[in-house]
Design a protein around this ligand. Structure first.
Ligand code: NAX
Length: 328
């Protein structure tokens, strides 16, 4: 049988952690033939709660779960890690400026990047979920110079899935009919969900919608502000859907995207589509043999260009801010 894969989850006692860990342990992250060993990283005050979740994981008697370690030490958490899900982050609280938020998260993602650099397995793959996800990923990546930069990714799959669902409902089609949707840019309100390259039953999605006003003034803001709408309705931020997106992101990265389709991942730019090299921005990607590649050659019209540029400009500002703080 296969050797166990070390999967580290940070913020394990949080609400996304609670929705995520059981799915990892049941085999949905890496497949039904791959045992997993879980490492849970928490801050000292939340270690006890993580231990409670670990008790419940034990009580599921998952055949694929090879063991659980719980720690508040990033060095221990990332020693030998194959898949790192960086979920724990410092949320924005009332009165907090963006600079304060970036600095507080730098205090988390810089040491975690250093610990990944020191101890991760050669095949390590990292997904940053904790917000601001793209820039937190950039901080971790910049502090892990010995790990290939492309192993650091940020989650825009929830935005991707939200866009899929909004489009399916608008057109009254099955989700399986929709292909090649893209989220470009930052996981923030400036993100650009792109229907101009998407297909519905083989037809261009923007043409199938045939309503630029809906696309611009309903679809894009609904997807981009969905997180706030969930908080408004549920009284808590997206958790199960975020965990589901993290599962989808890593599953596709490891096992590949479907033939004739692609997905969206926040990844270090190689300069494609005019996105400055090194920024961690969302692109259309195809995954194969455990690697991803940016889909090349898409024609970007003026509308899409403006939207992509605006979101990328925000990423560049965030990068400059964390550079100014000495975090990268
Ligand atoms: P919670 O506040 O429920 O949980 C966060 C957990 O992280 C807490 O248990 C906390 O103790 C822990 N933590 C804090 N600092 C840590 C550190 N240095 N090391 C290890 N653990 C640490 O938040 P939750 O709802 O689970 O959300 C987690 C993060 O995901 C937030 O930053 C949130 O903004 C972000 N999200 C990102 C999404 C995306 O699409 N990229 C969507 C969902 C979510 O909003």
């Amino acid at each position: 049988s296969k050797a166990a894969v070390n999967v580290t989850v940070t913020g394990a006692a949080g609400q996304i952690g609670y929705a995520l860990l059981f799915r990892i342990a049941s085999g949905q992250l890496l497949g039904a033939d791959t045992p997993v060993r879980l490492r849970l990283l928490e801050i000292p005050q939340a270690v006890k709660a993580a231990e409670g979740t670990a008790m419940e994981l034990d009580d599921c008697a998952f055949p694929l779960l090879d063991g659980i370690d719980i720690t508040d030490d990033p060095k221990k958490a990332f020693d030998g890690v194959n898949v790192a899900l960086l979920v724990g982050a410092r949320p924005r609280t009332k009165g907090m400026e963006r600079g304060d938020l970036l600095e507080a998260n730098g205090g988390i993602f810089k040491p975690q990047g250093e610990a990944i650099n020191a101890g991760a397995a050669d095949d390590v793959r990292i997904l940053v979920v904790g917000n601001p996800a793209n820039t937190n990923a950039l901080i971790a990546q910049s502090n892990a110079p010995d790990v290939p930069a492309e192993r650091f990714t940020a989650m825009t799959r929830l935005d991707h899935n939200r866009a899929m669902s909004q489009l399916a409902q608008k057109l009254g089609v099955a989700l399986t009919d929709i292909k090649k949707l893209t989220i470009w840019g930052n996981h923030s309100a400036t993100q650009y969900p792109d229907l101009f390259h998407a297909e519905v039953g083989g037809r261009n999605a923007a043409e199938a919608v045939g309503d630029q006003d809906w696309l611009e003034n309903t679809f894009i803001p609904t997807v981009a502000k969905r997180g706030a709408a969930i908080i408004e309705a549920r009284g808590a931020s997206s958790a199960a859907s975020a965990a589901n997106a993290a599962i989808d992101h890593v599953h596709d990265w490891v096992n590949g995207t479907a033939e004739g389709d692609w997905t969206s991942m926040g990844i270090p730019s190689d300069g494609s589509y005019g996105v400055p090299e090194g920024l961690i921005s969302s692109f259309p990607v195809v995954c194969k043999d455990g690697k991803y590649e940016i889909v090349q050659g898409l024609e970007i019209d003026e509308f899409s260009r403006k939207k992509i540029d605006a979101s990328v400009a925000e990423l560049a500002e965030e990068r400059d801010a964390v550079k100014g703080l000495g975090l990268i």
